[in-house]
Design a protein around this ligand. Sequence first.
Ligand code: SF4
Length: 352
Amino acid sequence: MSTGTARFKSGSQLSSRSKLIWKIVQTLVWFVGAAIFLSLIFFPTLGITLFWDILIPVAPALIVVAVGVWRNVCPLATTALLPRKLGLSQRKIMSSELQGILSLVSVICLYAIVPLRHFIFNVSGHATAYLLFGVATVAVTMGFFYEWKSAWCSSLCPVHPVEKLYGSNVMFALPNAHCQQCQKCVSPCPDSTANLSPLSYHKTVYHRISAMLIVGGLPGFIWGWFHVPDQVRGLSWESLADIYTMPLLCMAGTIICYGVVTLLFDDKYLRTIAGVFAASAVSCYYWYRIPALFGFGKFTGDGLLVDLSHVIPYWSIVTIIVLVALFFFWWIVFRKPNKASWIVRPAYAQRV
Ligand code: SF4
C-alpha cells in the first residue's frame, strides 16, 4: 500500500495544526504568485524569467512526481476557491455533460494558448499579466456558481488535462488542504482517484474526445512547439500560421499514431499506452527545454535562463536529458501503479 493512503485514510480530517501549516504555505505561495504577477507588470524582463523560465519549467516534473503538492498550493486555485471559502458560492453541482464539455474546452484552450507564447507571451510581460488576470477572472467567476474544485481546478483549468495525463502514478497522497468536506462536486474526483488518467473519464463523448486529444496529441504538440522560434515580427496572418501549423500538424500525427496503436492492442493495455504517450510528452518537453534554459537551444536566446554554453560541454546537457527521459519512462510506464491518489478525500458531507 502506498505511504500516502496508509497515512491519510479516506475521510480523514486534517488536524488543526496541519490546517494551519497548509494555510501558511498556501498564503506564502499565493504571495509569491502575486509577486510574479506584479513583476510581469512593473519589471517585465524579470517577470518573464520568473514565470516562463523558472516556474513553468519546474511544473511538469512536479506534476509527474507529486501533483497533490501543486493542487494544494497553486495560487490560482487558492484565488478561484475564494468565493467558496467566503461563503459566496451558489455551490451548484455540475452535470456530467457540462463537466465533459468544460474538460474539452480546457484541452482546446491549452492547445490554443500555448502557441501564442511564441507570438507574444514569451516576450511580453504585460501580455502574460493580462493572460493571468483574464484566467483568474474566469476562475473566480466560476467559483461564484459551482462547488469546490468543479468550478475551475477540475474542469476549465487548461493545466488540468496535463495533470491528468502526467499524474497517473504519483509518489504519495497528500491531505486535502482545500475541500473542507467532500461534496462529490466532480465524478470521478481527480484528486481522490487512485492512479487517475484521462482514460478514467468516459461518461460522455466530450470526455472521450478530450482524453484522445490530450493523450494522443500532447507528445506531437510539444515536439512541434519546440520547432517554432519566438516571433518578433508583429501581428500578421503569416506569423499566426507559423506558430500554429507545426504544433497542430505534429499533434494530428501523434493522435493518428495513438488511434492506430489503441486499435492494434487489447483494451487491457490502454493505460500502459497512455503512460507511454505521457512519458513521451514530458520527456520531449525536457529534451528541448533543458538545453534551451542553459544556452544550448535550437533557437539562440529563446527560453534562455542562463547561458552556460561556454562553461559546460554539450555532452553534459545530453547526458542530463537522456537521464531525465529514462526517469520519466521508469516513473510513469514501468513503475508498478501504487494505488495512491493525488490527495486524500476528506470526509463526505451530509448534503441537505
Ligand atoms: S474531494 Fe470532493 S469536494 Fe473536493 S474536489 Fe473532490 S469531489 Fe469535489
